[in-house]
Design a protein around this ligand. Structure first.
Ligand code: GLY
Length: 391
């Protein structure tokens, strides 16, 4: 009997039955392709005041200035290429495109300073410990904090939006990570408390019973809700895909930073909504809105897929029950994104890596185009995937 057990163990060990499943994503290949695109992107963008954003309707590159909320993503992606390759050329390019955003540290007209400053400077600091990156982030985090009004208990997203005096969008969750970093760096409890208060009020007011979220909530003093609506989604009651992605990523990050179980519960609820949704396609890349009116004849949003993939890989490391489900869903998303269905051929797609994102369909802007933040979260997800599989 004992002999049989030993024989059984020997067989399953040598046949690899207990060995880790072979990774389905070829990270090397994905990064090689990404690097080729971004070598070309750098060659076509010598002027660091013209940030790659997307493709215009006539097919030509759409560039923006540093004031645009997406200005930090290109520098951030260059840091991820440096992280993966260790090559000095990426570090130099990343440094150039990081510094190009620096003046936004004094911009108090936007809530997007986390995207704009933390993606480039935060990654740059993490990878190089360059002390020159600290001050722009601390100044920027304090500029972001000026948009927090204790009468509302939230950071104001936009200065005004139609009849909303105090609009807050679910996307705003993404800027809190920046406040956590600054709170730790400067030992400033106020920044930490702002992040917590914003996340708690958003948790209370932005979500429906099924853990899907509204895009915009309009507030009155006393954190009273005046209206719940959409801006970029199909309707006020729909689940705009990128909004669900920002929410998932945001509450996963909240759990990482605080270890408060209520944020983990929220992130798991959002993950369940996304993963089990009957309108999530087989390849796991969401349509631009889970309730878009003409499904299945609607555009996909690769950016939402990339953000969700990155968040799910992190969430899989916190969840006991759903670890495998989160990881395998993210893996399937990355398999899809790395395939020719979403990854562009080199010298095509205006040198962006991914095709098929949707920026603002109701605004008739960036529909089925590359968008710079899809590339950023895709590279981040690939790095997280590589780390998770231990290769
Ligand atoms: N409003 C930022 C986004 O399009 O996700």
């Amino acid at each position: 009997m004992k002999k049989n057990v030993l024989l059984f163990i020997l067989i399953i060990t040598t046949t690899g039955a207990f060995a880790q499943k072979k990774p389905l994503v070829n990270v090397d290949q994905a990064f090689n392709t990404a690097a080729k695109h971004y070598v070309n992107m750098l060659a076509t963008h010598p002027d660091a005041s013209q940030f790659p954003q997307s493709t215009k309707k006539d097919g030509t590159p759409d560039n923006r200035t540093s004031e645009w909320w997406c200005s930090g993503f290109f520098g951030g992606s260059l840091w991820y290429l440096y992280e993966y390759t260790g090559e000095a050329k990426w570090k130099d390019a990343a440094n150039k495109w990081t510094k190009a955003v620096e003046k936004e540290k004094n911009n108090t007209r936007t809530h997007d300073l986390g995207f704009m400053l933390y993606c480039p400077f935060g990654n740059g600091y993490r990878l190089t410990q360059n002390a020159a990156y600290i001050e722009p982030m601390l100044t920027g985090a304090n500029a972001l904090a000026t948009r927090f009004d204790p009468k509302y208990g939230l950071i104001k997203s936009w200065d005004k939006h139609a009849d909303c005096e105090y609009p807050v969008i679910i996307d705003n969750m993404m800027n809190l990570e920046f406040l956590f970093w600054a709170a730790k760096q400067a030992k400033d409890r106020r920044l930490y408390d702002i992040a917590i208060t914003h996340a708690d009020n958003t948790l209370k007011h932005h979500f429906r019973a099924d853990y899907s979220s509204y895009h915009v909530v309009c507030y009155l003093p006393g954190t009273k809700v005046f209206r719940k609506k959409t801006h970029q989604g199909a309707s006020d009651s729909s689940a705009w895909a990128r909004g669900q992605a920002w929410a998932l990523y945001g509450y996963t990050m909240m759990y990482r930073e605080t270890k408060d179980k209520k944020y983990l519960k929220q992130a798991e609820g959002i993950a369940k909504f996304i993963i089990n949704h009957p309108n999530l396609p087989k390849d796991k890349i969401p349509y631009w809105d889970f309730n878009a009116p003409n499904l299945p004849n609607e555009e996909r949003d690769a950016s939402a897929g990339a953000i969700v993939a990155s968040a799910l890989i992190e969430l899989s490391s916190y969840s006991k029950e759903n670890k495998k489900l989160y990881f395998s869903t993210a893996e399937q998303m990355l398999v899809s994104l790395a395939s020719p269905a979403y990854t562009a051929k080199v010298n095509e797609n205006n040198n962006f890596i991914l095709k098929h994102s949707v920026g603002h369909k109701p605004g008739n802007s960036e529909i089925n185009t590359p968008i710079v933040y899809a590339d950023y979260y895709y590279l981040e997800a690939l790095l997280r995937y590589k780390k998770a599989i231990g290769h």
